[in-house]
Ligand binder design. Structure first.
Ligand code: URA
Length: 222
């Protein structure tokens, strides 16, 4: 089934719900493995994502957080999902964790934030900042995979275990895998701690700093 068809069905179901009908079973949409045709232009992809209703996060979001940055970036940072500030503004990583991420990018990598690209595993805020469910993450992943394909960075940085797990299908704990160079298609993936984790565990900032130095050296090597 195409994304457009699913979108229409879900819209109709939401309309029926407004009219007083109730769902009997939760809708299961398992589309991550099926081929869906997504556009080859980032702006066209953005328009589709802005109108997405494929999972329940679409019912509670204020704004879709598509991602932002340089569409030709050599490096992409992938977080878990938007928080409250991101949901309000439609921009990724603009709250406290975002301020720390910006410092890590600008002070350690020595690149301006607008020269990298930042996105998330899910593009709508999970209520109360809970971890996205597997179904939400896998439903949204097709958009992110296409986004990575179109931006075509040299390095993808997975921020935290949720990001690493859904990008690679590997359940390794982030504390074990951080700083390693992992093959991701024709790209290099380097996992590191999520900035929110670093805010809660400042003693881990040193390891994150070392990861950023490694990212910097890989970024500039030929
Ligand atoms: N945490 C995330 O994982 N992503 C954001 O955009 C903000 C906070």
């Amino acid at each position: 089934m195409t994304t457009e068809k699913k979108h229409k069905i879900l819209k109709n179901l939401i309309l029926l719900k407004w009219l007083g009908y109730r769902y009997i079973d939760p809708i299961k949409i398992e589309n991550s493995k099926k081929k869906i045709n997504l556009p080859n232009k980032l702006e066209d992809l953005r328009q589709i994502v802005l109108n997405c209703h494929l999972c329940q996060l679409s019912k509670t979001r204020k704004n879709v957080v598509f991602g932002e940055g340089n569409p030709n970036a050599k490096i992409m940072f992938i977080g878990e999902g938007p928080g409250a500030t991101e949901d309000e503004t439609g921009k990724p990583f603009v709250g406290r964790a975002g301020q720390l991420l910006t410092k890590m990018i600008e002070n350690v990598l020595d690149i301006k934030r607008e020269d990298v690209y930042i996105a998330n595993i899910v593009k709508c805020r999970p209520p109360n900042n809970r971890v996205p469910t597997e179904e939400e993450a896998k439903t949204c992943l097709a958009y992110l995979v296409k986004q990575i394909d179109l931006i075509n960075p040299k390095i993808v940085v997975a921020l935290g275990s949720t990001s690493y797990r859904y990008l690679t299908n590997d359940n390794a704990p982030i504390s074990k895998i951080r700083g390693e160079i992992v093959k991701y298609k024709d790209k290099i993936l380097i996992p590191t701690y999520h900035p929110s984790f670093l805010l809660r565990n400042p003693s881990k900032k040193k390891e994150a700093y070392l990861d950023m130095l490694k990212i910097k050296s890989v970024l500039w090597e030929n």
